[in-house]
Design a binder for this molecule. Structure first.
Ligand code: PEP
Ligand code: MN
Length: 361
């Protein structure tokens, strides 16, 4: 069922931002110098919205929890010097007052906060009568109704300029990603609230720089509305989320390579394809993790063989194994040729791992 919200286009001072909307800036504002050294090149690249965390929701205590209100002055300076709009995360009523006092242009509600209806309602109540755009990150858990609920609470308080930020979902299993994208969830959000812009946050999905481009391209392929990408003048020295931040130059490189497609070509088809590809990605991820586990067991066998001076290759064992895998595989509809190739290659990789272990030290 479609959720009917009273939304207006994401305009700023009367201007509608052209799609895709790019937002960039550091995970956290750390010093005035770091903020300005990041903001100036971003503005020169044409970025119109600058992000920076002032209050950081850290999972464990004793991590860097943000500089607090004093950083808001640096964001004011960014506005004044570059003309970019500035956005920061608010998690409680005090943050909202502080952000409004310092003229923050857009606020966002983080993933840990949007998972908590009490916290969202408190923020909604204090936003009543205020005309500021609000972006709502998906909750940390993959619950589309909880995400929609947070959007509704803020919208019911009279906020009409809104966006949803897709930042992925936590899971106990280790995966390629820090937060699994689960594309079917923002796709379902689009179905349920067709007119809310969806901004993808590849940084918190990936947790590292390596996959930012792929996730960004995927968001564009799905016809989502923009990207928010953590950018830092010196990412390796960042006080939070160092692995996932890029330099302004790195960001430029990602944005330059993005292919923007014509949204008119059958969005339905793209969405169906995306859901299926998402399943493939997850399965491949599991395959890789299982191969990693398998190689670890092989290495333990290597240790054992080394300690007892046994040869690596046990021909009888390999022969039995291949026969058994071939039977299993063919029963599951895999071709003989494929199963043989696959297990030869896995076996070879195991031998390589064992060889390394046995010749160490
Ligand atoms: C952030 O944007 O820096 C952040 C803390 O994000 P999230 O709420 O998605 O974890
Ligand atoms: Mn971050």
């Amino acid at each position: 069922m479609v959720v009917d919200l009273e939304l207006e286009p994401l305009t700023f001072e009367g201007n509608v931002f052209a799609k895709p909307i790019y937002m960039a800036g550091p995970c956290s504002a750390e010093t005035e110098e770091q903020v300005m050294n990041t903001a100036i090149p971003l503005a020169a690249m044409g970025i119109k919205i600058f992000r920076a965390g002032i209050w950081k929701p850290r999972t464990r205590p004793n991590a860097f929890e943000g500089v607090g209100s004093k950083g808001l002055k640096w964001l004011q300076l960014v506005k004044k010097e570059t003309g970019m709009l500035v956005t920061t995360e608010v998690a409680n009523v005090k943050h909202v007052y502080e952000a409004l006092k310092y003229g923050i242009d857009i606020i966002w509600i983080g993933a840990r906060t949007s998972a908590n209806p009490f916290a969202v309602q408190d923020i909604a109540d204090c936003l009543r009568g205020v005309n500021i755009p609000v972006m709502i990150k998906n909750p940390v858990n993959p619950d589309v109704d909880l995400w929609i609920g947070a959007i509704e609470r803020i919208n019911n308080a009279g906020i009409k300029r809104m966006a949803a930020i897709h930042r992925g979902f936590s899971s106990y299993d280790k995966t390629l990603y820090r937060n699994i994208p689960q594309w079917q969830i923002p796709i379902e959000l689009r179905r349920r609230i067709p007119n809310i812009p969806i901004i993808t946050d590849p940084s918190h999905i990936c947790g590292n720089r390596e996959f930012l481009y792929d996730i960004s391209q995927k968001a564009m392929d799905l016809n989502f509305d923009g990207l928010i990408i953590e950018t830092h003048c010196n990412p390796d020295k960042a006080l939070s989320d160092a692995n996932q931040q890029v330099t302004p130059e790195g960001l430029n490189n990602i944005l330059d390579r993005l292919v923007l497609r014509d949204p008119e070509v059958k969005e339905e088809l793209m969405l169906t394809l995306a859901v299926l590809r998402d399943q493939i990605d997850k399965l491949d991820d599991r395959i890789i993790n299982m191969l990693e586990d398998r190689m670890q067991v092989s290495e333990q066998i290597g240790e054992h063989k080394k300690a007892n001076n046994i040869t690596i290759l046990q021909t009888k064992r390999w022969d039995d194994m291949l026969k058994n895998r071939l039977q299993l595989g063919m029963r599951k509809g895999l071709s003989e040729e494929f199963v043989i190739k696959l297990f030869r290659s896995i076996h070879q990789e195991s031998i390589n791992h064992q060889t390394r272990v046995m010749n160490e030290g």
